[in-house]
Design a protein around this ligand. Structure first.
Ligand code: SF4
Length: 174
C-alpha cells in the first residue's frame, strides 16, 4: 500500500497539473503566465500540464486583484483542489493589491483569502520569474508530501529586507 502511495506521489511530482485563475486587473500577468506555456518558455519541460479543473490540479497560479466579489471563487477553487497542494501568487496586484491597494473593494493580496506558498513579484513578472515560482512550488509540494526538506517560509517581497535588517540589528546589539 505504501508502495502505491509513493508511486502516486512521485507521479504527481513528475507531472504536476496546474490551474490558473486570473482575478482581473489589467491581465498583464495573465498574458505572462500564458507565455510560460508557449514553446519559447516551455514550462511543460517540468512535466507541467495546464488544466481547467481544480479537482485535478496540484498547483494554483493566481494573478490579478483579489476583491470582495472574486474572493469566493478563489476560495472555492482552492478548496476543490486535492491536498497536498501549492499556491503561487503572481504580480503586484495579487501580492498586495498593487496600484489598487486600499481601494474600497480590493483585498490586499491573495494571502488574505488562501494560504500562499510562493510569491512572484513584478508588474508584470517576467515568464522566467514565473517559471522559477512554479519550480519553487514543486519543491514546496514535494516537502508537503514528505518527500523533501521542509521549504523556507514564503516571504513577501520586502520581508527579506526587513528580516535582514532585524538580523543585522540583532548582531550589532549582541
Ligand atoms: S501586477 Fe501589473 S501587470 Fe499584473 S495585473 Fe497588476 S497591473 Fe497588470
Amino acid at each position: 500500500m505504501r508502495f502505491v502511495e509513493n508511486m502516486i506521489k512521485k507521479s504527481r511530482l513528475m507531472s504536476p497539473w496546474i490551474i490558473h485563475f486570473d482575478c482581473g486587473s489589467c491581465n498583464g500577468c495573465d498574458i505572462e503566465v500564458l507565455a510560460c506555456l508557449t514553446p519559447l518558455y516551455d514550462v511543460e519541460r517540468f512535466g507541467v500540464v495546464n488544466t481547467g479543473n481544480p479537482k485535478h490540479a496540484d498547483v494554483l497560479l493566481v494573478t490579478g486583484t483579489v476583491n470582495h466579489r472574486n474572493r469566493h471563487v478563489l476560495r472555492q477553487l482552492y478548496d476543490q483542489m486535492p491536498g497536498p497542494k501549492a499556491v503561487v501568487s503572481i504580480g503586484a496586484c495579487n501580492l498586495s493589491g498593487g496600484v489598487f491597494k486600499d481601494s474600497y473593494n480590493v483585498l490586499n493580496g491573495a494571502q488574505t483569502v488562501i494560504p500562499v506558498d510562493v510569491f512572484v513579484p513584478g508588474c508584470p513578472p517576467k515568464p522566467e520569474a514565473i517559471i522559477d515560482g512554479v519550480v519553487t512550488a514543486l519543491n514546496v509540494l514535494k516537502a508537503k508530501m514528505g518527500m523533501g526538506p521542509a521549504p523556507e517560509p514564503a516571504l513577501m517581497p520586502g520581508d527579506a529586507d526587513v528580516a535582514k535588517t532585524a538580523a543585522a540589528a540583532g548582531e550589532s546589539s549582541a
